[in-house]
Design a protein around this ligand. Sequence first.
Ligand SMILES: NC(=O)c1ccc[n+]([C@@H]2O[C@H](COP(=O)([O-])OP(=O)(O)OC[C@H]3O[C@@H](n4cnc5c(N)ncnc54)[C@H](O)[C@@H]3O)[C@@H](O)[C@H]2O)c1
Length: 325
Amino acid sequence: MPSHPQHILITGAAGFIGSNLCEHFLELGYSVTGMDNFLTGKPSNIAGFYSHPNFCFVEGDIRDKSKCGEAMKGISIVLHQAALGSVPRSVKDPLTTNSVNVDGFLNVIHAAHQAGVKRFVYATSSSVYGDHSGLPKVEDAIGKPLSPYAASKYINELYAGVFHRLHGMEVIGLRYFNVFGKHQDPDGAYAAAIPKFIKLFLEGKSPVIYGDGSNSRDFTYIKNVIQANEKAAFTTNEKAFGEVFNIAFGERTTLLELITEIKNALSVHAPNVKTISVTHENERPGEIPHSLASIEKARNVLGYTPSHSLKAGLQEAVTWYLENI
Ligand SMILES: NC(=O)c1ccc[n+]([C@@H]2O[C@H](COP(=O)([O-])OP(=O)(O)OC[C@H]3O[C@@H](n4cnc5c(N)ncnc54)[C@H](O)[C@@H]3O)[C@@H](O)[C@H]2O)c1
């Protein structure tokens, strides 16, 4: 396949979202450099790409200046995904979260600027809405951050704005809302709810819900996030530069409803899951009770149109977990 003139750097390439982005842009014929230090990402997520003629990999830490400089060679677009996720992890270890998510972010955007990269798309998070209780969440109306993770992502948005205003970089922030899909890690203390629940149900175990299950989220399938990154990478609409956009499906599902949806998707393959009950524990600090995105800004400025609802995404995700757990 002839290599496409645009060369994309995807940081966090071995992680959930990064590896899905690598796969997508390689399939479209772009040259892709992946960068990761395997802190939470897995070699198996990118093992299939090494033999691809348009893929190269820089193993390194985004806090390492020279590695970032190496990764920027020939790059015209950066999709920055590398970060330390999880609100509870950041509450427990704010220093490492800050070091990776803030120092690392600044290192990557600075290296991109020094290498003359104009388009810088980065992952931020719905956690930035913090204690603002309004629903749906609209980009300009944020509250105070409730966790070190949320603070780190908000600082990313501030720095991206500075690089846009100072250097004219075409920065675009994508505020992801609870993303799920293939390659998302179901294991470990800080695993996200959907893969963790799927795995526990398949093992015949009862998942823990923190709180009474009435907390809600705008669960977003990975293919919607891929679409948003593609739109942001190639948009010519100048109104997008220096801005942040909610990336979600635009529907709210409580945790108890989520459990039912996962059981429905799984029961086709494993009918016994319907009989498994959930257990409840106290809510964890730093979590937002409800989350629902307005996606009008992304729709109007980027042309983002999410293709997969929670139900449609779960059908695909469950199929992948059944083959890969
Ligand atoms: N998954 C979600 O629901 C969600 C929601 C909002 C925002 N985000 C953001 O999206 C991005 C991707 O998240 P994900 O869910 O794919 O997480 P992930 O943990 O699967 O992927 C993150 C990747 O970054 C890598 N990484 C971490 N620290 C690094 C460092 N110092 N140097 C190099 N690589 C490093 C990890 O090894 C991993 O491969 C993150 O910025 C995250 O904060 C994710």
